[in-house]
Design a protein around this ligand. Structure first.
Ligand code: MLT
Length: 232
C-alpha cells in the first residue's frame, strides 16, 4: 500500500516528542516527518524552509504555532498540500493583552530567565489532570529545554508578526480536520469553530479530556483521528 507523505508541524517550544505516538502508530499509512520550526523569526521564513525540505506533495498537520505555519504554507503552496489538519490553533490575531505578554516573555528570556518559564506555562498548556502526570509534564518540559531560549525568542517574534489567516480560509479546498482539546484554554473550542466554519471542506472534532497539547494528552484519540483523516 502506498503511504501518504505527512508533514507534522509542532507548536511553540515543541519538537518531535509532541508527535511520538502518531509517529509510531501511523507508520503503516504515512511516511511522516516533523518540521523544525526553530530557525527563523517569521512564519514566512519558517514556511519557506519547511517547503524546501518537504516532499513534492504531502498531507500537512500543524499544532498551534505549527498551525500558523501551516496557514502560511497554504498561502504559498496550496497545490502541494493534499489534506490539512489544524490542531489547537487560531486563524485570528492575538488580543492586545496576549501580545503584551509575549513581549514580557521575550524580555524575561533575553535577561536569562528562560529556565523558569516552561514550568510556569505548564498549567496553561495541559488539562488540569495532566499537569501532575509525570510522563506528560516531563515530556513538555524536556521539549522546552531542548528548544531553549534563543529559539523561544525567535518563535515568539514569528508568532507576533504572523498575518491574520481568516481572509484565506475560504480558499482552502483540501479535506481539512480541525481539532483541539475541550479544556484548551489557549485555543479554546470557539476559536477552532471559527476556523472550521471558514473552510468549506472542514470537519471539527473536539477531543475530550485534553488541553492545548492534544497529541500528547490524548495520543490514541489523536492518532485515530489522523488515521481516519489520512484515509478518508
Ligand atoms: C503554541 O503552542 O504553539 C503556542 O501556544 C502558540 C501561541 O502562543 O500562540
Amino acid at each position: 500500500m502506498t503511504k501518504t507523505p505527512l508533514l507534522l508541524c509542532p507548536g511553540l517550544l515543541n519538537d518531535a516528542a509532541l508527535w511520538r505516538h502518531q509517529l509510531d502508530s501511523l507508520t503503516d499509512v504515512a511516511d511522516a516527518q516533523v518540521a523544525d520550526l526553530t530557525g527563523a523569526e517569521s512564519v514566512a521564513a519558517l514556511a519557506a524552509a519547511v517547503l524546501e525540505r518537504a516532499p513534492p506533495r504531502f498531507a500537512l498537520a500543524g499544532l498551534s504555532m505549527g498551525g500558523y505555519v501551516a496557514f502560511e504554507i497554504m498561502r504559498r503552496a496550496p497545490e502541494r498540500v493534499t489534506r490539512l489538519a489544524l490542531l489547537d490553533t487560531r486563524a485570528r490575531l492575538d488580543p492586545p493583552e496576549s501580545r503584551a505578554r509575549r513581549f514580557e516573555l521575550i524580555d524575561i528570556a533575553r535577561r536569562g530567565g528562560f529556565a523558569k518559564l516552561p514550568s510556569q506555562m505548564l498549567a496553561g498548556q495541559l488539562h488540569p489532570d495532566h499537569v501532575a502526570v509525570p510522563q506528560i509534564a516531563a515530556t513538555v518540559l524536556a521539549m522546552a529545554e531542548r528548544i531553549g531560549p534563543e529559539a523561544f525568542i525567535r518563535q515568539q517574534r514569528a508568532i507576533l508578526d504572523r498575518p491574520d489567516s481568516r481572509p484565506g480560509l475560504a480558499a482552502i479546498h483540501v479535506p481539512t480536520l480541525v481539532a483541539g482539546g475541550r479544556q484548551d484554554g489557549i485555543t479554546p473550542p470557539d476559536v477552532l469553530r471559527e476556523i472550521a466554519e471558514g473552510i468549506p471542506a472542514a470537519k471539527l472534532v473536539i477531543v475530550e479530556e485534553a488541553g492545548h497539547l492534544t497529541p500528547l494528552e490524548q495520543p490514541q484519540a489523536v492518532s485515530a483521528l489522523l488515521r481516519y483523516w489520512l484515509q478518508s
